[in-house]
Design a protein around this ligand. Structure first.
Ligand SMILES: O=C(O)CCC(=O)C(=O)O
Length: 276
């Protein structure tokens, strides 16, 4: 394992254009920004969103209001404030706006540049982390993603993400290998202790691109305001369109009810919320 490198979240990139991705076209990201991602395993971008934060919030509010009869997947957690929505996934088939935003917009174009080939949407989720909502144990995303080798995780901040309301903490420069895991598929205590964790606060509308091997964690929302975030995940076209296979595997794995003290949101046991 190599040691973590410089970790400040100081890189910004203004993006105003919208184009589908074709190999050989003029890149959005400078070589310096691509090199930053390669070195640190993450890249923060200011203006990858083609819609305003208010429009994004309206879409997220709409999805949160959907009932439980559809093919989208709502997941709930029990909090001191009662039963709350923790996550919705598989919503792009039913939200044309977010389907276009995540499937054909600047976010997917930047994802293509970071993957080095056309990016396909592997899965998508909204983590609500409403006031009182739980955090996520230290983990790498990759063990939760079957059928695929190279994956890019993305967080689009719907609300400001702060230390108080449960922003991500990231360990820079550790995105080359799968690290030692515990029985839940999260990072083992020895690895957690060893890594240099830095908070990654985001303003609403900012986008954090991070390698699916980049170690990250987040605390609970101890504030009185919600901290929602949209998480599209991409793989390169050379590995195929795996979205249907991913959701089929997830639905199959979720046939069994939750056991133990944590509600399951993922194929690994990273979420610390209680069963609802
Ligand atoms: O939204 C968060 O606070 C962390 C989410 C996360 O790490 C995950 O969903 O894998």
């Amino acid at each position: 394992m190599t040691s973590p490198a410089e970790t400040s979240f100081q890189f910004r990139h203004q993006v105003f254009t919208f184009h589908p991705y074709h190999e050989g076209m003029v890149p959005i990201l400078s070589s310096e920004l691509r090199e930053h991602y390669r070195h640190h395993g993450w890249l923060l971008v200011d203006d990858a969103l083609e819609i305003s934060v208010d429009e994004l919030r309206a879409e997220v509010d709409e999805i949160a209001s959907w009932d439980e009869s559809g093919e989208w997947l709502h997941h709930f957690e029990m909090t001191d404030r009662g039963r709350q929505l923790a996550r919705t996934e598989n919503f792009t088939p039913f939200s044309p706006r977010l389907r276009e935003l995540l499937g054909a917009g600047t976010i997917s174009r930047i994802a293509s540049e970071l993957l080095g080939e056309e990016a396909l949407l592997y899965k998508e989720k909204i983590n609500y982390k409403l006031a009182g909502g739980a955090g996520f144990s230290p983990h790498q995303d990759k063990p939760a993603y079957p059928f695929v080798d190279v994956v890019l995780s993305v967080m689009v901040a719907v609300d400001d993400a702060t230390v108080e309301n449960g922003c991500l903490y990231v360990a820079s420069g550790w995105h080359h290998d799968l690290l030692d895991q515990d029985e839940r598929g999260c990072l083992s205590p020895a690895v957690v202790e060893h890594l240099d964790w830095r908070p990654a606060p985001l303003r609403a509308g900012q986008t954090l691109f991070f390698h699916a091997l980049t170690p990250h964690r987040s605390g609970p929302n101890s504030s009185t305001r919600d901290r929602r975030a949209l998480y599209p995940t991409y793989n390169g076209v050379s590995e195929g369109d795996l979205r249907d296979a991913y959701y089929a595997a997830k639905i199959e794995a979720f046939q069994h009810p939750d056991e133990g003290d944590r509600v399951r949101l993922s194929l690994i046991g990273d979420f610390e919320g209680r069963p609802a």
